[in-house]
Write a protein that binds this ligand. Structure first.
Ligand SMILES: *Cc1c(COP(=O)(O)O)cnc(C)c1O
Length: 406
């Protein structure tokens, strides 16, 4: 049974008022709110077992280690990884992608090719540009059509011996478009030996993820966008792919033996977890996984689809409102502009006065904005606790903005 009131009751922040109005939080693609169970897991850790992990013989250190490793196993099951040591704790998607891009450096030669798509977040563009600068490799970008649909036929021509990495997101944060990653992975496997990295920052909060079925080499996501704490994230890597990577950060925790002459590295996952991790955050991320699984993926996805369809229908009733990527398969996001209403942030400011939190601007995806020849959009993005009434409030707010601005 899906009980929206029961779900909302778990999020204290949803009772807050903003500018004298009940909060309508529709900026979930930037970060989601956190349920009590996640807050409690974090607080419990600090109140009862705070200690550094993996190094202490004393009881608290062992309890902290056990709790964090239990969380790693929850995440392993959440994404159906084969082994728990294929799950690396990071501080977010950005760090995960940078880790892989850096640690691949010695496998890339001049004129090798890295393929990304037009629909990427800056954090799945810039680390690859930096890798190209270090190595002389070339970046190729899968084009998209006017509906925001990736033109993946080019891959038949592009993929080959030179291709070393294909890195794409599963869901676009700017437009909510669901990309055909299964086909992209299939083509990559058939036509090259390239690694595949999936940016799952916007899919892990919404979809059931199965990294073995997908057959990707790397899958990265952020804890804070899926009801977990800020400063948490996951890099999944297939064992063989992770074994082939150079180390990233050097330091404590990641060594087997360290001397001034030579250092040998620890095995997975510790090779990629140098230094003291965010123990409380990583434990609380496990609680976020429990929260999603208690609701159930099917319930969650059905509700979010209903919200998206309803929002799209209501917003399109407004004359002069354009939704970007309207015709594409989408999840969780409507990204739009009001004709003649000036810059998106003007609309955002009026909505804020009404207690409605949306994102405005380029959403860390300037190439997409350039493609549509706009400076930015207004983006409303949904989570499992959002309601149809909130979408009505949004629609009325947008109408008010139109009356004031156009
Ligand atoms: C948010 C986001 C990122 C960056 O995630 P951080 O948590 O800021 O590191 C990367 N890709 C996509 C698609 C995102 O939505």
């Amino acid at each position: 049974m899906f009980d929206i009131n029961h779900i909302r009751a778990q999020f204290p922040i949803l009772n807050e008022e903003v500018n004298g109005k009940p909060l309508v939080y529709l900026d979930n693609a930037a970060t989601s709110q956190k349920p009590i169970s996640v807050l409690n897991a974090w607080e419990e850790y600090y109140k009862t077992i705070n200690a550094n992990v993996h190094r202490g013989i004393h009881t608290l250190s062992q309890l902290a280690t056990e709790a964090m490793e239990l969380s790693r196993q929850k995440i392993q099951r959440f994404i159906n990884a084969q082994h728990d040591y294929e799950v690396i704790f990071t501080k977010g998607t950005t760090e995960g992608i940078n880790l892989v891009a850096y640690a691949l450096t010695n496998q890339i030669k001049p004129n090798d090719e890295i393929i990304i798509s037009y629909l990427e977040h800056h954090s799945n563009i810039v680390p690859w540009q930096m890798l190209c600068e270090r190595t002389g490799a070339k970046l190729r970008v899968i084009p998209m059509d006017k509906s925001g649909i990736l033109q993946i036929d080019v891959l038949e021509e592009w993929l080959g011996e030179k291709t070393k990495i294909v890195a794409v997101n599963q869901v676009s944060n700017a437009l909510g478009i669901v990309n055909p990653i299964e086909e992209i992975i299939e083509k990559t496997r058939r036509l090259s030996n390239a690694y595949v990295l999936i940016d799952g920052a916007q899919s892990a909060p919404h979809f059931k993820i199965d990294v073995q079925k997908l057959d990707c080499d790397f899958f990265v996501f952020s804890g804070h966008k899926m009801y977990g704490p800020m400063g948490t994230g996951i890099l999944y890597g297939k064992e063989s792919a992770l074994e082939n990577l150079q180390a990233f950060h050097g330091g404590g925790e990641m060594i087997a033996v360290c001397s001034f002459e030579k250092t040998t590295y620890a095995g997975l996952p510790f090779k990629f977890e140098a230094g003291t991790p965010n123990v409380g955050g990583n434990i609380a991320l496990g609680a976020a996984v429990d929260f999603i699984e208690n609701i159930g993926h099917e319930n969650l996805q059905n509700h979010e689809n209903d919200l998206l369809n309803y929002a799209q229908k209501k917003l399109l009733e407004i004359d002069g409102l354009k939704i970007y990527g309207e015709k594409a398969d989408r999840t969780g996001v409507v990204s739009f502009n009001l004709e003649g209403a000036g810059i998106a942030s003007d609309t955002g400011m009026i909505l804020d006065k009404l207690g409605i939190a949306v994102r405005t601007g380029h959403h860390c995806t300037q190439p997409i904005m350039d493609f549509f020849n706009i400076a930015g959009t207004v983006r409303a993005s949904f989570a499992v606790y959002n309601t149809f009434e909130e979408i009505d409030i949004l629609t009325e707010g947008v109408k008010k903005a139109q009356r004031m601005l156009v």
